[in-house]
Design a binder for this molecule. Structure first.
Ligand SMILES: [Zn+2]
Length: 93
């Protein structure tokens, strides 16, 4: 749909998470990123070290791929803090 609209000359803007809570490519985003003319990645601030955060770390023990939540369920983490947090949380994955 996005490509068809863009081919018709329309400006298409898509926003979404590029990775799931495990740090894996999420849903249709890899395909959309591949065909996009321009990509802007917006980052939060890592809640552990203050660096730029590109991961959404799930803080509750739930392995569902899609789980709606806000501050009570997710925190933004940079790559290094995300990897360290994932290693401390063996129940997820
Ligand atoms: Zn960090």
């Amino acid at each position: 749909m996005c490509e068809r609209l863009a081919n018709q000359g329309l400006r298409v803007i898509v926003a979404g998470l590029d990775m799931d809570f495990m740090g894996k490519p999420f849903g249709p985003m890899p395909q959309l990123l591949a065909i996009a003319d321009y990509i802007t990645k917006v980052h939060a601030i890592c809640m552990h070290c203050g660096d730029l955060a590109n991961h959404s770390f799930r803080t509750v023990p739930d392995n569902a791929l899609i789980m709606l939540g806000e501050k009570e369920s997710y925190i933004p983490l940079c790559r290094g803090c995300f990897v360290a947090a994932m290693e401390k949380q063996p129940t997820v994955g």
